[in-house]
Write a protein that binds this ligand. Structure first.
Ligand code: LLP
Length: 425
């Protein structure tokens, strides 16, 4: 299945945004757009694929914009927080504690107290955290549900840096190597009431992800027979890959859920509160960036289009161009799509003071001119959230839209010079 936004639809939206009085000004050299209808439809897909009582705790790290978190809360999802500030932000949206999951890979005693005090679901990541909770809990059971992150050790996907379930991954406790210790812990601590795993991210196959869930489901059966009690929640994490290349087909969440149902039917019988933590699947295809072209340099072998966004927002793409990809389209100054047959090879360069600030090399594009817009597609996840402060660039304005731009709302204003300066105070 492929559900990326089409350049022609994006062009309609950009043209409408450029015409809308007061929405953009000359200093909006690069602007991030989110199709809010697409995010809503991904949420519906999640809800339809899994049992009705599943908590879809959307990963904040993929897209932490406060207005988007609020929209997710309204749509009935939960939120997954990877750090204390993310947890703080989740609570600040007004999201009820029972819909928040706290998964930081390194928690202090204070972090644990804060999370347990708030009553959110906490997934412990290491034996040190288990012991910390033992000390904190004493005879007093924690307020919220507590799970342990299990690394099912299913190996790496095609992108090593973001594969988290390898034999030696830094995340969680390793299942095959420490199975007995894990079962003993559930026997010892009645407050351990759930399990958590996460395999991902981009570059992992459905089969690999589902086999990890099945391995942990097997463990749960063993824990239940060893302890004589039933666990209350099963958190399968996120990690579903999305399409970045034009016409790339990727699995849908319904296919993933069906495969899980085949492999572990017991997960879908209502005995456990299922939790998912998808991030990329919800956001990646809904976001795109339009940057004005400031200059086009004709060099010896290639032309370079100089734009206003680069390795500040696209860290993975710029630093690991071999592993990550974004399609790029060209639009006229009024937003209309350039499709000409007379394409030539371009390098697309960002504004930062280092030579590696390159969004793409050898990209075949219609003629690019100053004041055109380059649109970088599928930029909704792990882009703005990974913003780099190098060269102190202003975070761009972020605009949400519905119905191809019949309705716009500013999700976040462009950062001011004062705000950038304040960051370094
Ligand atoms: N849950 C946990 C515990 C995670 O660590 C993550 C992502 C998610 C959920 C959400 O996974 P998703 O559904 O978005 O794949 N492009 C980034 C990827 C890092 C993903 C980290 N964890 C990067 O390059 O660092």
């Amino acid at each position: 299945m492929n559900r990326q936004l089409k350049p022609a639809d994006i062009s309609i939206t950009l043209a409408r945004a450029l015409r809308r009085p007061g929405l953009l000004d000359s200093e909006d050299t690069a602007v991030v757009f989110y199709d809010l209808d697409l995010i809503a439809s991904r949420i519906s897909e999640l809800k339809n694929a899994f049992p009705a009582n599943t908590l879809h705790a959307v990963a904040i790290k993929a897209n932490p914009l406060a207005r988007i978190l609020a929209l997710l809360a309204e749509a009935g999802t939960g939120l997954e927080a990877a750090t204390r500030p993310e947890l703080f932000m989740a609570l600040a949206t007004g999201m009820p504690a029972e819909r928040i999951v706290y998964d930081s890979p390194v928690k202090t005693g204070d972090d644990l107290k804060y999370a347990l005090g708030a009553g959110v679901t906490v997934n412990l990541d290491s034996w040190e955290e288990v012991l910390m909770l033992e000390r904190l809990a004493g005879r007093q059971p924690p307020a919220g549900p507590v799970g342990l992150r299990i690394n099912p050790q299913v190996g790496a996907g095609s992108i090593a840096d973001t594969s988290v379930a390898t034999a030696d991954s830094k995340f969680g406790v390793p299942l095959s190597d420490q199975r007995n210790r894990i079962v003993r812990a559930y026997r010892l601590y009645p407050w351990l009431t759930g399990v958590h795993l996460h395999i991902g991210s981009q570059g992992c196959s459905l089969e690999m992800m589902a086999s990890g869930v099945a391995a942990v489901f097997d463990l749960v059966k063993q824990i239940e027979s060893a302890t004589g009690r039933q666990l209350s929640f099963f958190d399968i994490g996120g990690g579903l890959p999305v399409a970045y290349r034009r016409n790339e087909t990727v699995p849908s969440v319904a296919e993933y859920a069906n495969l899980l149902k085949q492999l572990c039917p017991g997960l879908f019988e209502g005995r456990y509160r299922l939790i998912t933590e998808f991030g990329r699947y919800v956001h990646a295809n809904a976001g795109w960036v339009a940057s004005r072209v400031e200059a086009v340099k004709q060099l010896r072998n290639e032309k370079i289009a100089m734009i206003h966004v680069g390795a500040d927002m696209f860290l993975r793409k710029c630093y690991r161009a071999d592993q990550w990809h974004h399609e790029i389209s060209v639009m006229e100054p009024d937003g209309s799509l350039k499709t000409g047959r007379d394409k030539s090879s371009y390098r697309v360069a960002g504004p930062l003071c280092f030579a590696g600030d390159i969004l793409g090399k050898g990209i075949s594009l219609p003629p690019v001119a100053r004041d055109d817009y380059l649109v970088i597609h599928d930029a909704g996840a792990y882009t703005l959230s990974m913003w780099s402060r190098y060269n102190s660039r202003q975070l761009p304005k972020v605009i949400g839209y519905r119905e191809n731009g019949k309705h716009f709302e500013i999700l976040k204003k462009r950062e001011t010079l004062q705000q950038v300066a304040a960051f370094w105070n």
